[in-house]
Design a protein around this ligand. Structure first.
Ligand SMILES: *[C@@H]1O[C@H](CO)[C@@H](O)[C@H](O)[C@H]1NC(C)=O
Ligand SMILES: *[C@@H]1O[C@H](CO)[C@@H](O)[C@H](O)[C@H]1NC(C)=O
Ligand SMILES: *[C@@H]1O[C@H](CO)[C@@H](O)[C@H](O)[C@H]1NC(C)=O
Ligand SMILES: *[C@@H]1O[C@H](CO)[C@@H](O)[C@H](O)[C@H]1NC(C)=O
Length: 462
């Protein structure tokens, strides 16, 4: 008897308990909002209240009344649906005794929404403001009134330190979540990107995010939704196998690619969906890079490069487009390389990571997230070539110079351009007065040439 009654009795008990909690919260929220509206003067005909859109902050005793009223609506709605759901479920269960209240149902349908509501209520509270603000003295935060989407405004509002902490761990009074200023040019895309239910699953929209980044909206805002993963993620291969093996197809979400598996990315397939680094997903080809004698004079071998500074090259950056083969080879020499990667039509980031190497998801727009004078080596090849504007290249080279340590090596690998532009580019590469260890120019086609160089950053004792 006790056994057959168990799920139903338990549900009834949970239901009763939940209803008490929900009822209590509804009353609490109602009272809170009423009180806030009262104090904020909504019941007096105070026209001054409405004279500014955001600057007045509408903050009272730590509450943001505007946000509060919006949130209260949202939370109440959630509670309503939750209650309805519970009621139908319990009716169902009364009819059909066979239904088993399993753990998953409880977690997915009841506990998670309840938790989300709870978090939403907690977030209404903003850091304490310094009493009533003097309107004329408030400095407007940049861009804040440019956007209408509430989540973007929340994102870019400076976050004051909590409680009495005047300066935080970074020595600042508040944290600015920034968005690249070019975001304003892509308002529609950015608003789509930031349009989600907090705490729920994000759309499978990494390609929208990447489009924004490539168009200068970089760094992108962080989001408060859960990123989707492959339905059938398998544990990766062990490192002694993963370096030189195509990963398991099931570990990638293929929805936004033309291909649906790694073999489809082969250079033999005309419909592979990407055009940079063709052949990079063929391990037999990749295994030959930087270790075998090549017919191209501009190809250097890893052992030759490392023998210039035996034992000194330990960490570095591979800036280019590829599947991490340079980092894999260097790993065999006990050198740790971080590889930059963008998913330009193929899962380059996933591939590198599944090989057991570190992909760094950065564009050319950004200052590199590495400190001055830290890297032993920068290797670059594959996408910096004859299309690049000279001034842009200048900024990029100075940034590389910044992160390279004195005595560090800059390996320019198969940079290519048309013959007539070569002098300009050579000037750019040599202007920093690096020591030339290797320098090779070889023809690519009738009008184009390859340039490879191995340069050493000089000491800078100023
Ligand atoms: C507000 O600031 C302005 C100028 O900064 C000042 O003239 C005015 O007296 C201030 N008002 C109050 C109530 O502090
Ligand atoms: C990789 O290492 C594991 C144990 O560390 C071993 O069982 C496996 O045979 C190795 N695989 C290869 C291909 O050497
Ligand atoms: C590459 O070429 C050099 C000289 O041409 C030769 O000494 C070396 O053995 C070759 N290495 C391989 C792996 O074929
Ligand atoms: C890398 O390090 C391991 C362990 O210290 C060592 O056994 C191996 O010989 C090193 N490989 C190279 C190429 O230096």
């Amino acid at each position: 008897m006790g056994r057959s009654c168990f799920p139903r009795c338990k549900l009834t008990r949970i239901m009763g308990f939940l209803q008490i909690i929900l009822g209590g919260m509804v009353i609490l929220v109602s009272i809170l909002s009423l009180v806030r509206f009262y104090y904020a003067g909504f019941f007096f005909n105070n026209s001054d209240l409405c004279h500014s859109f955001y600057n007045s902050k509408e903050v009272f005793e730590g509450f943001d009344t505007k946000s509060l009223s919006a949130r209260v609506e949202e939370v109440l709605e959630k509670f309503e649906t939750l209650q309805a759901k519970l009621e139908t479920k319990s009716q169902e269960m009364e009819k059909d005794k066979a239904i088993i209240l399993d753990k998953k149902y409880l977690e997915e349908e009841i506990l998670k929404p309840l938790h989300a509501s709870n978090v939403a209520l907690r977030l209404i509270r903003l850091p304490k403001s310094e009493g009533i603000r003097n309107d004329s003295a408030i400095k407007e935060d940049p861009l804040i009134n440019f956007f209408i989407t509430e989540e973007i405004r929340k994102y870019i509002t400076p976050k004051e330190n909590r409680e009495e902490v005047k300066l935080n761990a970074f020595g600042s009074e508040r944290v600015y979540n920034t968005i690249g200023h070019a975001c304003v040019l892509h308002k529609k895309d950015l608003e789509q990107y930031m349009d989600y239910d907090i705490g729920s699953y994000c759309d499978d929209d990494w390609n929208l995010a990447q489009k924004l980044m490539l168009n200068g909206c970089d760094p992108l805002p962080r989001r408060r939704c859960l990123t989707r993963a492959s339905k059938v993620y398998q544990k990766p291969y062990p490192i002694n196998e993963s370096l030189w093996k195509l990963p398991d197809d099931r570990n990638v979400r293929w929805g936004n690619y033309q291909c649906r598996n790694f073999h489809c990315l082969s250079s033999k397939n005309p419909k592979r969906g990407y055009s940079k680094c063709v052949g990079c997903f063929e391990m037999e080809r990749e295994k030959l890079k930087w270790v075998t004698n090549s017919s191209v004079l501009a190809d250097f071998q890893i052992t030759d490069v490392l023998s210039i500074k035996p034992g000194e090259i330990r960490i570095g950056l591979d800036f280019g487009i590829g599947t991490g083969t340079f980092a894999a080879r260097m790993r065999e020499h006990n050198v740790t390389i971080v590889t930059t990667a963008l998913n330009l039509g193929a899962p380059f980031n996933e591939m590198i990571a599944l090989r057991g190497l570190i992909p760094l998801y950065v564009t050319l727009n950004q200052r590199l997230p590495l400190f001055d004078n830290t890297m032993d080596l920068i290797h670059t090849g594959g996408f910096l070539d004859g299309w690049i504007d000279l001034l842009l290249l200048d900024f990029v080279l100075y940034d590389w110079d910044r992160i390279l340590r004195p005595g560090g090596l800059l390996w320019i690998d198969r940079f290519f351009c048309s013959k007539k532009d070569l002098d300009d580019y050579v000037y750019m590469f040599l202007q920093l007065r690096y020591k030339k260890h290797k320098w090779a120019i070889s023809p690519k086609s009738k009008d184009e040439v390859y340039l490879s160089a191995l340069l050493e950053k000089p000491p800078r004792a100023i």
